[in-house]
Ligand binder design. Sequence first.
Ligand code: GLN
Length: 475
Amino acid sequence: MAARASDEALSLTAAAAVERIAAGELSGAELFDLYRERAGNEDLGAFLWLSEAAADVPADAPLGGVPLAVKDVFCVEGVPSTAGSRILHGYRPPYTATAVERLAAAGAPMLGKTNMDEFAMGSSNENSAYGPVANPWDRERVPGGSSGGSAAAVAAGLAPWAIGTDTGGSVRQPASLCGIVGLKPTYGAVSRYGMIAFASSLDQCGPLTRDVTDAALLFRHMVGCDPCDSTSLDYPAEVPLPTAERLDGVRFGAPPELTGEGIEPGVLEVFNRVRTTIEELGGEVEDIALPHTAHGLAAYYVLAPAEASANLSRYDGVRYGMRAGDGDLLSLYEETRAEGFGDEVKRRIMLGTYALSSGYYEAYYGRAQRVRTKIAEDFRAAFERVDLVLTPTSPSVAFRLGERTSDPLSMYLSDYCAVPMSLAGIPAISIPGGLSDGLPVGIQLAGPAFSEPRILDAAHALERAVGFTGEPWRA
Ligand code: GLN
């Protein structure tokens, strides 16, 4: 009986759990303990650190005490925060990221820190200095990245919900590969304060959840201007919870550039089925040209490494985490960085430094910035004709562990459909659209800046009609 009651509590969406707690039928502390136990026994490699006990959360707090898994890229006061890197081993920040703090204040205490690609660079979670994460749908496969630990934890029922960061797909792509929902907000909607920086003009914090309502609920409590992040903005209005069941009059644009060549046939099949579902719900889908998005990856892999090379210069063995070398200053810098950074991070630092070097700056960085502007203009023009852009989230389903590690370019292609929205700073969600050979396929909906309520509503209607029930942890 007790076992069944706990299974039942663990199967609730976060929003449903909040309701139960408010009704006095469940307590946040009970739920925390249930998840804490499950997460403590996990063998996916999803968590890097677990909280000991739940904080005291009043039952009438908006999020009721429903515990939250937090990507290890967020600084939390006194708690190991490594960003998946050896160079931050042993680092315990003296302050907490605004997003984590706001969610805790709303009643979502931290359950633990989740595994991730080092400094959020990767699409498979295999770049973590603390080992890979397995996909709960098939343990031989990757969960996606860089928020792989957060996605696997939610998909495996080890956490009711999680947050991650998305610089060029890192919330949406792992959500897609793990069969859950992932939202990348408008750039600036959520404060980046306390998020260990990768590429500051792109980084955004977003929810990874079991359903669209949970994503809206989490998002609602993280948004807003923060004096500690000068790029953060006031959200225009309170984020409503989505209610739509139909898509009457909603116009969707499917760009041939992101829905054809390079997309796996099984993914396209699901995509086309969802397209039909949209029409059945009253929505209209038309082709829409986004001519420059095909150059998104090329621009991203100049811009993101350029910003990363600057952001990562602060890791010198003096200020944070590990320290190596034989005592003199130069060897402290060199040895700490040589031992502390993994291969992918070093590759990006070299690419970025090169792209920014005098003589090449205009040819690489300057040109990539212009491509970025063109991509933003493509979207602006598209949103004059349609409400939302519709694409697959990832060109493929979850791939095998090790399959792409020796070929960075094939790894980079994983974000082909996700990167353009990041470059344009616009919001996009990934929701499960169905299965291909037993593995989840994500569908992406993107809209203009601050259109999250519209995106969430459409995703909600679609989610109900798709009726995706594949939750590997329930089996
Ligand atoms: N996979 C992309 C990269 O490696 C995106 C990562 C991210 O969004 N943090 O840069």
